[in-house]
Write a protein that binds this ligand. Structure first.
Ligand code: COA
Ligand code: AMP
Length: 633
């Protein structure tokens, strides 16, 4: 079948299409129907069916004779370690850890925070939660204690699984001090933590609270404790993943169990074009949705070998590390963010490192997380000599909304476009009043309800926020908060966010959350944060602040305090390093801060004087303040 035929089949008879896709999953009680209208916020997928994600990701492959096949390859240039876990070994790990978690008092429906670096145990922890029916919420290691505490509270977590440290080039991240600070701040008092001690940096465990991972596993093994897979409903939450929203309070995206497995399993063969036994590598982090879907779940559901890479595209030790990993482990399909390629190209523009390695096994490179700029994409194509596929998705969806489905049809690639809508997604472009715009016209990108399997059914403990954030603006549609166009060939072009989210090195961050941090500083009367264009990271946050009257402290000193505060409250990942003191913020007559205009001034872009501006002279003040700091362009 061609792409057009496949897309049309899913649109014409979604029941038949998704029930067929559901045959790729082993159910405990098989679904009798795919979609139940009138259930949940916009209908539910595979209601009535029961299953277990860990069983599908691990046990069934061992049962089918794949026990000796590598399931996880760990490659860590920062610790100089390589390790392989076969499916049989992975089964032993998850069955044992499942028993340890049960001994910790955890069971079906309990929430567990996972705060771990890129080690195989992070995946083992996720899968062991799935095995016992617990709901994990992984927190990215680059988030600081306050963000961790917010998630502990919002999820109502019963326990935390963590490690003694993470490793960033040149420094050790002491997770234990961050964890203890978070537990102190959180209202919801965590009583039990399971801690993986790493050789590179051991830590002191808190008596009465912390359990040593290795010791607990050894004790469980000695006692012959293992756990089988719990039977959960297809509509039960598999996990919660917090993502940036428009306020400081992150949104807890809920992923269901059955729909998640069906869509991810389908995507491996049809979008990524991989078959069981092949090595699939997503160079991301388990703290992000890409890591959930394509480091942990999808490759394992599909019986592939997944790669856990603990390193960076450059500096660990050099710009050839990606190519070394691809050669060493015979990677067939590779997935990363464009910013990683910009970093590599910056250090190795002629591709000298690329030439050193045998990349002949590589079939396709997929890029996502931010817009792929055509220059980077063309460089990657020229260097690697394989198709480079930009594809577009969100934490909310868990898999691609648009792509080139390499397993179905290698449609032509258009530079600057993340491809065509995937089956199940009825993507449309509307004007602000909700009317469809002609092809080629910029507008709000929406998906007509229902969303396909794997997309969020709601936000954790926040049905009303789910409705107001995604469904209220365009009734009958899911609002993606991305603006773009659908061209005459049906390809999408994603141009910008329509909210205050910025994209920094492929990481999704809320400027609203940063503004909340700045506004809590005693000397700050008001503030605004915008995304300034950056050659490497795509965007960088740039803060403007106005001092309260009577403040005598030097503005530069305050700026330094603000930078420190964002790092402490949100985390290093916010990459907040630019803060400029201004006399006033430009506003409309109704008091709305003109952030887009400030961003254009910082980027030295042309802009139209906003008609409703209160005092145009303020824009000159902004320009002068940025100029004085060398922050224009
Ligand atoms: N734990 C703790 N700190 C972390 C961290 C983690 N897991 N990940 C990043 N940080 C820190 C970094 O050390 C850095 O700190 P610094 O300000 O002290 O230097 C800060 O957060 C910003 O990190 P990052 O934005 O990643 O920038 P970088 O300069 O360290 O690296 C790139 C730049 C382009 C090499 C890097 O961003 C990269 O590899 N990006 C790929 C993005 C990606 O995979 N995105 C996932 C979506 S698909
Ligand atoms: P996240 O939820 O962290 O995956 O971020 C999702 C957002 O990142 C999207 O809403 C887009 O704004 C942006 N994004 C992700 N992939 C792409 C892409 N391929 N092209 C353009 N923007 C993208």
């Amino acid at each position: 079948m061609t792409y057009q035929e496949t897309y049309a089949a899913a649109a014409a008879d979604p029941e038949a299409f998704w029930l067929e896709a559901a045959k790729g999953i082993d159910w405990m009680r098989a679904p009798e129907r795919a979609f139940t209208e009138g259930s949940g916020a916009y209908g539910r997928w595979f209601e009535g069916a029961t299953c277990n994600t860990c069983y599908n990701a691990v046990d069934r492959h061992v049962a089918a004779g794949r026990g000796d096949q590598p399931a996880i390859i760990y490659d860590s240039p920062v610790t100089d370690t390589k390790r392989t876990l076969t499916y049989a070994e992975l089964l032993d790990e998850v069955a044992t850890l499942g028993a340890v978690l049960q001994d910790m008092g955890l069971g079906q429906g309990d929430r567990v925070i996972i705060y771990m670096p890129m080690v195989p145990e992070a995946l083992v922890a996720m899968l062991a939660c799935a095995r016992i029916g617990a709901v994990h919420s992984v927190v990215f290691g680059g988030f600081a204690a306050v963000e961790l505490a917010t998630r502990i509270d919002d999820a109502g977590a019963k326990a935390v699984i963590s490690a003694s440290c993470g490793i960033e080039p040149g420094r050790i991240i002491d997770y234990m001090s961050l964890l203890s600070e978070a537990i102190d701040i959180a209202q919801n008092k965590i009583k039990t933590c399971l801690i993986l001690e790493r050789d590179v940096h051991e830590c002191e465990l808190v008596e009465g609270r912390d359990i040593n991972w290795a010791e607990a596993m050894a004790a469980a093994r000695a006692a012959g404790k293992r756990t089988e897979c719990a039977e959960v409903k297809a509509t039960d939450p598999a996990y919660i993943l917090y993502t940036s929203g428009t306020t400081g309070q992150p949104k807890g995206v809920v992923r269901d169990t059955g729909g998640h497995m069906v869509a991810l399993n389908w995507s491996m063969r049809n979008i990524y074009g991989v078959t069981p036994g092949e090595v699939f590598w997503a160079a991301s982090d388990v703290g992000w949705v890409v890591g959930h879907s394509y480091i942990c779940y999808a490759p394992l559901l599909a019986g592939c070998t997944t790669l856990v890479f603990e390193g960076k595209p450059i500096g660990t030790p050099d710009a050839g590390t990606f190519w070394r990993v691809i050669e060493d482990h015979d990677v067939r399909v590779f997935f990363t963010a464009p910013t990683a390629f910009r970093a590599i190209r910056g250090q190795d523009p002629q591709g000298e490192f690329v030439k050193k390695y045998d990349l002949s096994g590589l079939r396709t490179l997929f890029l996502a997380g931010e817009r792929s700029d055509p220059t980077t994409l063309a460089w990657a194509e020229a260097q690697l000599g394989v198709p480079v596929i930009d594809h577009w998705w969100q934490t909310e969806t868990g898999w691609a909304i648009s792509a080139i489905p390499m397993g179905i049809e290698a449609l032509p690639v258009k530079h600057g476009s993340p491809g065509v809508p995937m089956p199940g997604y009825d993507v449309q472009v509307l004007d602000d009043a909700g009317h469809p715009v002609p092809n080629g016209t910029l507008g709000n990108i929406v998906v007509k309800l229902p969303l396909p399997p794997s997309c969020l059914p709601t936000l954790w403990d926040a049905d009303a926020r789910f409705h107001s954030s995604y469904l209220a603006e365009f009734p009958g549609y899911y609002a993606t908060s991305d603006a773009g166009i659908l061209d005459e060939d049906g390809y999408l072009h994603i141009m910008a966010r329509t909210d205050d989210i910025i994209n920094v090195a492929g990481h999704r961050l809320s400027t609203g959350a940063m503004e909340e941090v700045l506004s809590h500083h005693d000397a700050v009367a008001e503030c605004a944060v915008v995304g300034k264009a950056d050659e490497l990271k795509g965007q960088l946050p740039l803060g403007f602040f106005v001092l309260k009257s009577g403040v005598t402290q030097a503005p530069d000193e305050i700026a330094a305090e603000l930078v420190k505060k964002v790092r402490h409250d949100i985390g290093a990942v916010a990459a907040f390093k630019l803060a400029v003191c201004v006399k006033r913020l430009p506003k409309t007559r109704s008091g709305k801060v003109l952030r887009a205009t400030m961003q254009k001034i910082a980027d030295a872009e042309d802009f139209k004087m906003p008609a409703a501006i209160d005092d145009p002279a303020i824009l000159d003040e902004i320009k002068a303040a940025l100029d004085a700091k060398g922050l224009i362009g």
